[in-house]
Design a protein. Structure first.
Length: 221
């Protein structure tokens, strides 16, 4: 299948997923919307589940690429409070990534628990693995207060991020202000009082960019 046709199919799948939700969309619907035969679609994806899991992997990889682009523009974007603010806002601005993190059953349905590989969707997308790798890199370069148990620090940071995410739709505050408050919370709770030097920030940025690049490759090999 040529790239243009594959993109058309994935674009149709994305549109219908957001419009109707996974439970209601059929392979026939996607093929018709993409203006291809159902047999053509099956040449590339054996099942509906494989097609939509590919879409989710691509959407999450695109979000990681956007975060990486911010760090490439300004290495100080690797500082924990800035990086998590960026991740938070990017998650909320991209509807499918938002549905993934909200575990939105109406949109994602069985995709939340029945990925083709048999692992939970969060593991399929390497969400916690990537965060843990980033926190480890930030720790190595002195961007975080040293932790006696690194896994506990990862857990605490992830919990703060999840807590903000699950209250994002209350409408109490504008999105940008939510991001600011998340950044302030992370900075106060996890970053050392004495900021890391420019050399450490640049080194951390290079390492985190490598982590994000590897995660993207794993999602879209």
């Amino acid at each position: 299948m040529d790239d243009e046709r594959a993109e058309r199919i994935l674009g149709a799948a994305r549109e219908l997923l957001l419009r109707w939700g996974y439970k209601r969309v059929t392979v026939d619907d996607v093929a018709r919307r993409a203006q291809v035969g159902k047999g053509t679609l099956y040449l590339h994806w054996k099942t509906k589940e494989e097609l939509f899991t590919t879409l989710l992997r691509r959407e999450f990889a695109a979000m990681l690429a956007d975060v990486a682009a911010r760090i490439e523009e300004d290495p100080a974007g690797v500082l924990p409070h800035r990086l998590l603010r960026c991740v938070y806002l990017e998650r909320l601005r991209q509807p499918i990534v938002r549905a993934i993190h909200a575990e939105d059953d109406e949109v994602l349905g069985a995709l939340l628990t029945n990925a083709p590989t048999g692992v939970p969707l969060t593991e399929e997308l390497r969400i916690h693995t990537t965060l843990a790798d980033i926190v480890c890199a930030q720790n190595r370069h002195g961007l975080l207060v040293p932790a006696e148990r690194l896994e506990e620090q990862v857990y605490a940071i992830d919990s703060v991020l999840i807590g903000f995410f699950f209250t994002a739709d209350t409408g109490a505050l504008p999105l940008e202000r939510q991001g600011d408050l998340l950044a302030e919370t992370v900075r106060a709770a996890f970053e050392p009082r004495r900021a890391a030097g420019a050399a450490a920030v640049r080194a951390a940025a290079r390492e985190v960019l490598d982590i994000l690049g590897e995660a993207q490759k794993a999602l879209c090999p």
